[in-house]
Write a protein that binds this ligand. Structure first.
Ligand code: ZN
Length: 122
């Protein structure tokens, strides 16, 4: 789900991109990705492991690694602003903009998130 250019330098100031991209982390553009995926259907279910810290210390894969809490926060704020978002794990509830801080502090205690996103009928 990641696209575009490497953002590893934002996480690790010493990062130098290499040809094999083994240690690179590409950007996650939530607007682009969710627009694309929700163009394929009405509802999208996301089930994802992540690193509950502010940065991914356990990055072992190229191009991605796990999502960080900062990325989830940004993504959830965008989604709550534009779509109907229903969290399933770690707790069951609808997410609106006022709810994000509570959800993020809950996510700090777990390493897996499940939610669905639905287009809002206008
Ligand atoms: Zn890089």
């Amino acid at each position: 789900m990641r696209t575009g250019k490497c953002i590893a330098k934002e996480r690790e100031p010493d990062h130098i991109c290499q040809d094999d991209e083994e240690f690179c982390v590409n950007r996650f553009d939530e607007q682009q990705i969710f627009k694309l995926l929700l163009g394929l259907g009405k509802k999208l279910i996301v089930y994802e492991w992540f690193d509950p810290g502010d940065q991914d210390d356990d990055k072992v894969r190229g191009r991605g690694g796990y999502f960080t809490l900062k990325e989830w926060e940004k993504t959830l704020r965008y989604l709550a602003d534009n779509y109907k978002v229903e969290l399933i794990q770690p707790l069951r509830r609808s997410i609106d903009e006022g709810e994000i801080d509570n959800v993020i502090s809950k996510l700090r205690q777990v390493d897996c998130i499940c939610f669905y996103v639905e287009k809002i009928e206008k």
